[in-house]
Design a protein. Structure first.
Length: 367
Protein backbone atom coordinates (compact mmCIF):
# COMPACT_ATOMS: atom_id res chain seq x y z
CA UNK A 1 0.00 0.00 0.00
CA UNK A 2 1.26 3.43 -0.96
CA UNK A 3 0.95 6.76 0.80
CA UNK A 4 -0.10 9.82 -1.19
CA UNK A 5 -0.63 13.48 -0.32
CA UNK A 6 -4.23 14.46 -1.14
CA UNK A 7 -5.60 17.99 -1.41
CA UNK A 8 -8.16 18.91 1.27
CA UNK A 9 -10.84 19.29 -1.44
CA UNK A 10 -10.32 15.70 -2.54
CA UNK A 11 -10.35 14.14 0.93
CA UNK A 12 -13.46 12.06 1.61
CA UNK A 13 -14.83 10.29 4.69
CA UNK A 14 -13.53 6.72 4.95
CA UNK A 15 -9.95 7.43 3.89
CA UNK A 16 -7.23 6.24 6.28
CA UNK A 17 -4.78 8.94 7.41
CA UNK A 18 -1.11 7.91 7.11
CA UNK A 19 0.60 10.69 9.10
CA UNK A 20 -0.31 12.84 12.08
CA UNK A 21 -1.82 16.14 10.95
CA UNK A 22 -0.68 19.21 12.90
CA UNK A 23 -1.75 22.83 12.74
CA UNK A 24 0.67 25.78 12.55
CA UNK A 25 0.95 25.81 16.37
CA UNK A 26 2.04 22.19 16.22
CA UNK A 27 -1.14 20.90 17.85
CA UNK A 28 -2.28 17.49 16.75
CA UNK A 29 -5.46 17.90 14.69
CA UNK A 30 -5.94 14.40 13.33
CA UNK A 31 -3.79 11.47 14.49
CA UNK A 32 -2.36 9.00 12.01
CA UNK A 33 -4.26 5.74 11.35
CA UNK A 34 -7.57 7.46 11.90
CA UNK A 35 -10.41 6.98 9.46
CA UNK A 36 -11.49 10.35 8.14
CA UNK A 37 -14.98 11.53 8.98
CA UNK A 38 -16.83 14.68 7.88
CA UNK A 39 -16.05 16.12 11.30
CA UNK A 40 -12.30 15.46 10.94
CA UNK A 41 -12.20 17.04 7.47
CA UNK A 42 -14.10 20.09 8.76
CA UNK A 43 -11.63 20.34 11.64
CA UNK A 44 -8.73 20.33 9.17
CA UNK A 45 -10.40 23.07 7.09
CA UNK A 46 -10.93 25.14 10.25
CA UNK A 47 -7.18 24.93 10.93
CA UNK A 48 -6.34 25.90 7.30
CA UNK A 49 -4.72 22.57 6.54
CA UNK A 50 -4.39 22.23 2.79
CA UNK A 51 -3.66 18.52 2.40
CA UNK A 52 -3.05 15.25 4.22
CA UNK A 53 -1.18 12.04 3.49
CA UNK A 54 -3.49 9.04 3.18
CA UNK A 55 -3.07 5.39 2.24
CA UNK A 56 -3.85 4.49 -1.35
CA UNK A 57 -4.06 1.02 -2.88
CA UNK A 58 -1.16 0.05 -5.15
CA UNK A 59 -3.19 -0.95 -8.23
CA UNK A 60 -4.83 2.32 -9.11
CA UNK A 61 -3.25 4.71 -6.61
CA UNK A 62 -6.68 5.80 -5.48
CA UNK A 63 -7.17 6.59 -1.81
CA UNK A 64 -7.98 3.53 0.28
CA UNK A 65 -11.15 3.51 2.38
CA UNK A 66 -10.39 1.97 5.74
CA UNK A 67 -12.02 -1.17 7.05
CA UNK A 68 -14.37 -1.01 10.01
CA UNK A 69 -11.84 -2.93 12.12
CA UNK A 70 -9.07 -0.47 11.33
CA UNK A 71 -11.34 2.40 12.25
CA UNK A 72 -12.18 0.91 15.61
CA UNK A 73 -8.50 0.57 16.46
CA UNK A 74 -7.70 4.02 15.11
CA UNK A 75 -10.16 5.81 17.35
CA UNK A 76 -8.11 4.86 20.41
CA UNK A 77 -6.04 7.96 21.01
CA UNK A 78 -2.80 6.95 22.65
CA UNK A 79 -1.27 8.38 25.80
CA UNK A 80 1.40 10.02 23.64
CA UNK A 81 -1.08 11.51 21.21
CA UNK A 82 -2.92 13.14 24.12
CA UNK A 83 0.36 14.50 25.46
CA UNK A 84 1.14 16.07 22.06
CA UNK A 85 -1.83 18.38 22.50
CA UNK A 86 -0.63 19.80 25.83
CA UNK A 87 0.91 23.25 26.27
CA UNK A 88 3.89 21.68 27.99
CA UNK A 89 4.70 19.62 24.93
CA UNK A 90 4.21 22.52 22.54
CA UNK A 91 6.59 24.76 24.55
CA UNK A 92 9.16 21.96 24.85
CA UNK A 93 8.97 21.19 21.15
CA UNK A 94 9.49 24.85 20.27
CA UNK A 95 12.59 25.08 22.49
CA UNK A 96 13.91 21.90 20.95
CA UNK A 97 13.38 23.13 17.40
CA UNK A 98 15.10 26.42 18.22
CA UNK A 99 18.13 24.67 19.66
CA UNK A 100 18.88 22.47 16.62
CA UNK A 101 20.23 25.23 14.32
CA UNK A 102 22.24 26.66 17.23
CA UNK A 103 23.83 23.26 17.86
CA UNK A 104 24.54 22.92 14.16
CA UNK A 105 26.18 26.32 13.95
CA UNK A 106 28.25 26.06 17.14
CA UNK A 107 29.48 22.50 16.62
CA UNK A 108 30.29 23.10 12.94
CA UNK A 109 32.20 26.28 13.89
CA UNK A 110 34.19 24.30 16.43
CA UNK A 111 35.18 21.75 13.80
CA UNK A 112 36.35 24.44 11.39
CA UNK A 113 38.47 26.38 13.84
CA UNK A 114 40.85 25.72 16.67
CA UNK A 115 38.85 27.74 19.20
CA UNK A 116 37.09 26.17 22.17
CA UNK A 117 33.40 25.36 21.65
CA UNK A 118 30.74 27.78 22.85
CA UNK A 119 29.99 25.39 25.68
CA UNK A 120 27.99 27.90 27.74
CA UNK A 121 25.40 28.41 25.00
CA UNK A 122 25.00 24.69 24.30
CA UNK A 123 24.81 23.60 27.92
CA UNK A 124 22.49 26.54 28.69
CA UNK A 125 19.99 25.39 26.05
CA UNK A 126 19.85 21.79 27.23
CA UNK A 127 19.77 22.89 30.88
CA UNK A 128 16.72 25.06 30.21
CA UNK A 129 14.89 22.21 28.53
CA UNK A 130 15.95 19.77 31.24
CA UNK A 131 14.69 21.96 34.05
CA UNK A 132 11.42 22.80 32.26
CA UNK A 133 10.32 19.18 32.80
CA UNK A 134 8.67 18.31 36.08
CA UNK A 135 10.10 14.79 36.25
CA UNK A 136 12.62 12.67 34.44
CA UNK A 137 9.97 10.47 32.97
CA UNK A 138 7.98 13.46 31.77
CA UNK A 139 11.07 14.38 29.77
CA UNK A 140 11.13 10.86 28.31
CA UNK A 141 7.49 11.15 27.39
CA UNK A 142 7.96 14.53 25.74
CA UNK A 143 10.92 13.25 23.73
CA UNK A 144 8.82 10.25 22.70
CA UNK A 145 6.31 12.63 21.13
CA UNK A 146 8.81 14.59 19.06
CA UNK A 147 8.15 14.78 15.37
CA UNK A 148 10.57 13.24 12.92
CA UNK A 149 13.59 15.42 12.42
CA UNK A 150 15.45 15.24 9.13
CA UNK A 151 18.61 15.95 11.04
CA UNK A 152 19.62 12.96 13.10
CA UNK A 153 22.96 14.07 14.51
CA UNK A 154 22.02 17.30 16.27
CA UNK A 155 18.65 16.22 17.64
CA UNK A 156 20.27 12.98 18.81
CA UNK A 157 22.98 14.93 20.67
CA UNK A 158 20.34 17.03 22.43
CA UNK A 159 18.26 13.95 23.30
CA UNK A 160 21.26 12.08 24.66
CA UNK A 161 22.33 15.06 26.73
CA UNK A 162 18.83 15.41 28.23
CA UNK A 163 18.42 11.71 28.95
CA UNK A 164 21.94 11.63 30.46
CA UNK A 165 20.69 14.28 32.89
CA UNK A 166 17.83 11.98 33.89
CA UNK A 167 20.06 8.92 34.26
CA UNK A 168 22.55 10.92 36.36
CA UNK A 169 19.68 11.99 38.63
CA UNK A 170 18.37 8.42 38.96
CA UNK A 171 21.90 7.27 39.84
CA UNK A 172 22.06 9.89 42.58
CA UNK A 173 25.01 11.75 41.05
CA UNK A 174 25.74 15.26 42.31
CA UNK A 175 25.02 18.42 40.36
CA UNK A 176 28.55 18.86 39.02
CA UNK A 177 28.70 15.26 37.78
CA UNK A 178 25.31 15.57 36.10
CA UNK A 179 26.52 18.71 34.31
CA UNK A 180 29.57 16.86 33.00
CA UNK A 181 27.42 13.88 32.00
CA UNK A 182 25.08 16.16 30.05
CA UNK A 183 28.09 17.65 28.26
CA UNK A 184 29.20 14.12 27.37
CA UNK A 185 25.83 13.76 25.64
CA UNK A 186 26.26 17.00 23.70
CA UNK A 187 29.65 16.08 22.25
CA UNK A 188 29.62 12.26 22.14
CA UNK A 189 28.88 12.00 18.40
CA UNK A 190 30.74 15.11 17.22
CA UNK A 191 32.99 12.85 15.11
CA UNK A 192 29.97 12.01 12.95
CA UNK A 193 30.15 15.50 11.50
CA UNK A 194 33.35 14.38 9.78
CA UNK A 195 31.72 11.32 8.16
CA UNK A 196 30.14 11.85 4.71
CA UNK A 197 26.41 12.46 5.10
CA UNK A 198 25.62 10.09 2.22
CA UNK A 199 27.01 7.23 4.32
CA UNK A 200 25.39 8.32 7.59
CA UNK A 201 21.98 8.61 5.92
CA UNK A 202 22.29 5.59 3.67
CA UNK A 203 18.97 3.74 3.93
CA UNK A 204 20.25 0.32 2.84
CA UNK A 205 22.85 -2.01 4.28
CA UNK A 206 26.31 -0.53 4.73
CA UNK A 207 29.30 -2.13 3.03
CA UNK A 208 32.10 -3.32 5.37
CA UNK A 209 34.20 -0.31 4.26
CA UNK A 210 31.36 2.13 5.00
CA UNK A 211 30.74 0.59 8.42
CA UNK A 212 34.45 0.77 9.20
CA UNK A 213 34.41 4.46 8.27
CA UNK A 214 31.39 5.17 10.50
CA UNK A 215 33.16 3.51 13.42
CA UNK A 216 35.97 6.07 13.13
CA UNK A 217 33.59 8.77 14.43
CA UNK A 218 34.72 7.74 17.92
CA UNK A 219 38.44 8.37 17.43
CA UNK A 220 37.80 11.33 15.12
CA UNK A 221 35.54 12.86 17.77
CA UNK A 222 38.19 12.39 20.43
CA UNK A 223 40.80 14.03 18.18
CA UNK A 224 38.53 17.03 17.64
CA UNK A 225 37.94 17.43 21.38
CA UNK A 226 41.25 16.43 22.93
CA UNK A 227 42.88 19.88 22.99
CA UNK A 228 39.72 21.88 23.78
CA UNK A 229 38.75 23.28 27.10
CA UNK A 230 36.31 20.55 28.09
CA UNK A 231 36.21 18.01 30.94
CA UNK A 232 38.31 14.87 30.42
CA UNK A 233 35.18 12.68 30.73
CA UNK A 234 33.61 14.44 27.73
CA UNK A 235 36.60 13.55 25.53
CA UNK A 236 36.66 9.94 26.77
CA UNK A 237 32.90 9.57 26.21
CA UNK A 238 33.36 10.57 22.55
CA UNK A 239 36.05 7.92 22.24
CA UNK A 240 34.43 5.11 24.26
CA UNK A 241 30.63 5.35 23.97
CA UNK A 242 30.53 2.34 21.61
CA UNK A 243 32.71 0.17 23.83
CA UNK A 244 30.80 -2.59 25.65
CA UNK A 245 31.54 -4.19 29.02
CA UNK A 246 31.82 -7.68 27.45
CA UNK A 247 34.50 -6.47 25.01
CA UNK A 248 32.18 -6.55 21.98
CA UNK A 249 32.33 -2.81 21.25
CA UNK A 250 34.63 -0.51 19.31
CA UNK A 251 37.07 1.16 18.58
CA UNK A 252 39.31 -0.90 20.88
CA UNK A 253 37.09 -3.70 22.25
CA UNK A 254 38.08 -2.81 25.81
CA UNK A 255 36.14 -4.20 28.79
CA UNK A 256 34.55 -3.17 32.09
CA UNK A 257 36.94 -1.17 34.25
CA UNK A 258 38.91 0.07 31.23
CA UNK A 259 35.85 1.97 30.01
CA UNK A 260 35.29 5.38 31.57
CA UNK A 261 32.13 5.38 33.78
CA UNK A 262 30.69 8.39 31.96
CA UNK A 263 31.15 6.65 28.61
CA UNK A 264 29.29 3.63 30.05
CA UNK A 265 26.35 5.84 30.97
CA UNK A 266 26.34 7.54 27.56
CA UNK A 267 26.42 4.10 25.88
CA UNK A 268 23.08 3.14 27.46
CA UNK A 269 21.41 6.46 26.71
CA UNK A 270 22.76 6.50 23.15
CA UNK A 271 21.22 3.09 22.36
CA UNK A 272 17.96 3.94 24.12
CA UNK A 273 17.57 7.17 22.16
CA UNK A 274 18.40 5.56 18.83
CA UNK A 275 15.59 3.05 19.41
CA UNK A 276 12.94 5.34 20.85
CA UNK A 277 13.33 8.31 18.51
CA UNK A 278 11.06 8.54 15.53
CA UNK A 279 13.01 7.88 12.35
CA UNK A 280 12.14 8.47 8.73
CA UNK A 281 11.52 4.74 8.25
CA UNK A 282 9.56 4.10 11.47
CA UNK A 283 7.73 5.80 14.28
CA UNK A 284 9.06 5.84 17.84
CA UNK A 285 9.22 2.45 19.53
CA UNK A 286 7.14 1.61 22.63
CA UNK A 287 9.42 1.86 25.72
CA UNK A 288 8.52 -1.73 26.76
CA UNK A 289 9.70 -2.96 23.37
CA UNK A 290 13.01 -1.12 23.87
CA UNK A 291 13.46 -2.67 27.32
CA UNK A 292 12.73 -6.08 25.77
CA UNK A 293 15.48 -5.50 23.19
CA UNK A 294 17.95 -4.48 25.91
CA UNK A 295 17.09 -7.63 27.90
CA UNK A 296 17.40 -9.90 24.85
CA UNK A 297 20.47 -8.28 23.39
CA UNK A 298 22.32 -8.93 26.62
CA UNK A 299 22.47 -6.74 29.69
CA UNK A 300 26.08 -7.92 30.18
CA UNK A 301 27.13 -5.46 27.50
CA UNK A 302 26.37 -2.64 29.91
CA UNK A 303 27.34 -1.72 33.45
CA UNK A 304 24.92 -3.73 35.62
CA UNK A 305 24.15 -0.98 38.10
CA UNK A 306 23.64 1.69 35.44
CA UNK A 307 21.47 -0.42 33.15
CA UNK A 308 19.28 -1.83 35.92
CA UNK A 309 18.76 1.61 37.46
CA UNK A 310 17.85 3.01 34.07
CA UNK A 311 15.42 0.29 33.00
CA UNK A 312 13.79 -0.19 36.42
CA UNK A 313 13.09 3.51 36.72
CA UNK A 314 11.47 3.57 33.30
CA UNK A 315 9.30 0.53 34.00
CA UNK A 316 8.30 1.71 37.48
CA UNK A 317 7.08 4.95 36.01
CA UNK A 318 4.61 3.14 33.81
CA UNK A 319 3.17 1.26 36.81
CA UNK A 320 -0.65 1.64 36.80
CA UNK A 321 -0.50 3.02 33.26
CA UNK A 322 -2.94 1.66 30.71
CA UNK A 323 -1.36 -0.47 28.05
CA UNK A 324 -2.55 -2.35 25.01
CA UNK A 325 -1.43 -5.91 24.38
CA UNK A 326 -0.67 -7.37 20.96
CA UNK A 327 -3.89 -9.41 21.08
CA UNK A 328 -5.91 -6.19 21.40
CA UNK A 329 -6.72 -6.45 25.12
CA UNK A 330 -6.30 -3.34 27.24
CA UNK A 331 -5.29 -3.33 30.91
CA UNK A 332 -3.22 -1.72 33.65
CA UNK A 333 0.37 -2.48 34.65
CA UNK A 334 -0.01 -3.74 38.23
CA UNK A 335 3.19 -5.63 39.01
CA UNK A 336 6.74 -5.29 37.71
CA UNK A 337 8.79 -8.49 37.32
CA UNK A 338 12.37 -7.58 38.15
CA UNK A 339 13.65 -10.62 36.30
CA UNK A 340 11.78 -9.63 33.15
CA UNK A 341 11.23 -5.89 33.13
CA UNK A 342 9.60 -5.74 29.71
CA UNK A 343 7.00 -8.27 30.84
CA UNK A 344 5.05 -7.00 33.84
CA UNK A 345 1.73 -8.34 35.11
CA UNK A 346 -1.31 -6.67 33.53
CA UNK A 347 -4.81 -6.53 34.97
CA UNK A 348 -7.34 -6.85 32.15
CA UNK A 349 -10.90 -6.60 33.50
CA UNK A 350 -10.84 -9.19 36.34
CA UNK A 351 -7.97 -11.22 34.93
CA UNK A 352 -4.30 -10.92 35.89
CA UNK A 353 -1.99 -11.67 32.99
CA UNK A 354 1.63 -12.35 33.92
CA UNK A 355 3.42 -11.53 30.68
CA UNK A 356 6.61 -13.23 31.89
CA UNK A 357 4.67 -16.51 31.67
CA UNK A 358 3.00 -15.72 28.33
CA UNK A 359 5.69 -15.74 25.60
CA UNK A 360 3.19 -14.98 22.84
CA UNK A 361 1.93 -11.79 24.45
CA UNK A 362 3.65 -8.42 24.75
CA UNK A 363 2.85 -4.76 25.36
CA UNK A 364 2.23 -3.09 22.05
CA UNK A 365 1.55 0.47 23.21
CA UNK A 366 1.05 2.68 26.23
CA UNK A 367 -2.36 4.28 25.94
FE1 LIG B 1 28.17 7.24 18.32
Amino acid sequence: MEVKRININDLTPGMLVADNVYNSANQLIVPRDVVLTDKAITRMRFHSISSARVYVSDENASPKPASAAAGKEAREVSFFEKLRGTEEFIAFNQDFEKSIPVFEQKLTAMLKGSADPDNDTLTGMVDDMFHSCRTGIQLFNLLHCMRNFDDVTFSHSINVSLICGVLGTWLGRDKAEIEVLMQCGIYHDVGKLLIPKAILDKPGKLSPEEYALIKTHTTQGYNVLKDRKLPREVKLAAMMHHERCDGSGYPFGIRDSKIDPFAKMVAIVDVYDAMTSARVYRGPMCPFKVIDIFENEGLQKYDTHYIMTFLENIVNTYMLNRVKLNDGRVGDVVFVNRASLARPTIKCANEFIDLSAEPGLYIEAII
